[in-house]
Design a protein around this ligand. Structure first.
Ligand SMILES: Cc1cc2nc3c(=O)[nH]c(=O)nc-3n(C[C@H](O)[C@H](O)[C@H](O)COP(=O)(O)O)c2cc1C
Ligand SMILES: [Mn+2]
Length: 494
């Protein structure tokens, strides 16, 4: 089930008909971004992409760019070693259970990542085919689908996160290094000591690694262990050349460097076409990675991704991870009757649907209160709760429940003043100010689309709380199913 490296993953995708090699010459400047946008818009039908002929990179150190491999649920199932047709609910349950059994990484003496070691003037970020993804991006974003490794200087644990970063010089990347994220917490400790923070960025490996790196798992010393759990085998790591950080032994490319503590070193970053489908922010001075050493495999494959909306590949990752996280939290906190949990693959799990076997009138509010109390500060803005006969993966069924189970005055509850995402353009720009609020500020909303218990059972409703649901008599349903072909109607007849 575990993929030893990116190349094995690409091979498997190709064998399954899930990959397209683009041999036509394409421009890194907006053309690749535009192609990926169209491919994500194909939704489940969009393939993974390997660009093999990129303008200005025909002869260079790195000729190829891989992207979009998480662009449908079939490939996320493949990543986990599940059949491609696995229902989304099963994928979520698999991630949920595997995350609970982390597997520690192993350190190995060498790996293909050390095939080439570059220092000094050989260190040139733009030797790699980094796209300008969107027309109004402030520059070429090199860190989009990678793993950024840092180590807590006090406690010693390694963090791997996925954070955007823009090329601002031949050896310099300016980063959205936010205080609340794990590398932000670690960076703060280095700054207090007045020391540079060692950092390593890896590109191209078993896809469970970036998948784990972009979810807010709370286990400290986490993402390598979580990735090990997801793949059912330890991740093999090697030591960096310039620090004691550890990176995947079979990664395609690694940038090693430091983030200086001094705000004088900060450089302008942004704007960036973001996860919301809108450009985020004006250009802001932010901490930089100064790259000191590059290691890479022979004929390396660079990996990146396009943000934007409505759906992109990391939305799919978040949809699975954040559903799994929420489901686990609801049950751990003893909330009864949770039957299904799903964040549609739009945005950063901004909307979540929960299906319950309703036990009491306040049940949906209890679900929402639990989700809003979690550390997932920038997720779950909109919570919709339905009864256990409404399929949360079926948009029509959801709409039906919204239409007829919701009294807007009673069942829509706004919980104001919560932490939220500073990227959300529907909130007052004032509320998006991370300096003032320590992050964004959200008014969150619960739609309780379960059938209400405000009034009691009634005799004309067969003693139930709601009028009788129109359902077929089982024997008639069976008869019609059996005679369907005889009627000459299309489809299997349910
Ligand atoms: C393509 C992509 C870009 C991202 N960029 C950023 C970013 O610039 N800054 C940030 O704080 N989080 C960013 N995230 C979200 C983080 O990956 C996510 O919050 C993750 O949980 C952070 O890891 P941590 O919990 O170890 O800090 C991005 C996610 C993806 C998929
Ligand atoms: Mn982390």
């Amino acid at each position: 089930m575990a993929f030893s490296d990116l190349r094995e993953w690409i091979e498997q995708l190709e064998a399954a008909g899930e990959l397209r090699r683009i041999k036509a010459r394409v421009d890194w400047n907006e053309e690749i971004g535009a192609i990926v946008r169209r491919v994500f818009d194909l939704k489940e039908r969009g393939p993974a992409l390997l660009f093999e002929h990129i303008k200005d990179y025909e002869q260079g150190r790195c000729r190829r760019l891989f992207t979009a491999s998480m662009g449908n649920y079939a490939r996320i199932a493949m990543m986990l070693g599940l059949p491609r047709e696995t229902p989304v609910r099963e994928i979520i349950l698999t991630v949920r259970s595997r995350v609970q059994t982390p597997v520690p990484p192993v350190v190995v003496p060498r790996g293909p990542i050390k095939e080439n070691v570059l220092r000094g003037s050989d260190v040139r970020i733009l030797d790699f085919p980094v796209p300008k993804w969107h027309p109004k991006d402030g520059g070429r974003y090199v860190n989009t689908f990678c793993g950024i490794v840092t180590r807590d200087p006090e406690e010693g644990w390694l963090n791997v996160g996925l954070y955007r970063g823009m090329v601002v010089g031949q050896r310099t990347i300016s980063n959205a290094l936010l205080a609340g994220k794990h590398w932000g917490i670690i960076y703060h400790k280095y700054r207090v000591r007045g020391e540079p923070m060692p950092v390593a960025v890896f590109y191209g490996c078993d896809p469970v690694l970036p998948f784990a790196a972009c979810a807010p798992h709370q286990i400290r010393a986490g993402e390598y262990e979580i990735a090990g759990g997801l793949r059912g085998a330890p991740v093999e790591l090697v030591r960096c050349e310039t620090s004691d950080l550890l990176v995947p032994a079979a990664a395609e490319i690694v940038f090693e460097g430091v983030v200086p503590p001094d705000p004088e070193s900060y450089r302008e970053e942004g704007p960036f076409g973001e996860v919301t489908g809108y450009y985020a922010g004006i250009s802001t001075r932010r901490p930089v990675i100064e790259v000191q050493c590059i290691t890479h495999r022979n004929d390396p494959i660079y990996q990146g991704t396009l943000e934007g909306g409505p759906i992109n590949e990391d939305h799919r990752c978040s949809s699975i991870s954040m559903s799994a996280l929420a489901w686990e939290a609801l049950e751990r906190n003893g909330i009864p009757g949770v039957r299904d949990v799903f964040c549609p693959p739009v945005g950063f799990a901004t909307s979540i649907r929960v299906q319950i076997n309703k036990r009491y009138q306040g049940h949906a509010r209890q679900v929402a209160a639990c989700l809003w109390g979690l550390n997932a500060l920038t997720n779950y803005k909109l919570v919709t709760v339905v009864d256990d006969d409404v399929d949360i993966h079926d948009p029509d069924a959801m709409e039906w429940a919204l239409c007829y189970h919701v009294d807007p005055r009673e069942d829509i509850v706004v919980f104001p003043g919560c932490p939220g995402s500073p990227l959300d353009p529907s909130t007052d720009p004032e509320y998006q100010d991370p300096v003032k609020y320590g992050g964004g500020l959200w008014n969150r909303c619960l739609i309780d689309a379960t059938r209400t218990w405000r009034w009691g059972p009634r005799p004309e409703w067969d003693g139930k709380r709601f009028p009788p649901l129109i359902e077929l008599r089982p024997e008639v349903a069976r008869l019609v199913r059996e005679r369907w072909a005889e009627y000459g109607l299309p489809g299997p007849g349910a």
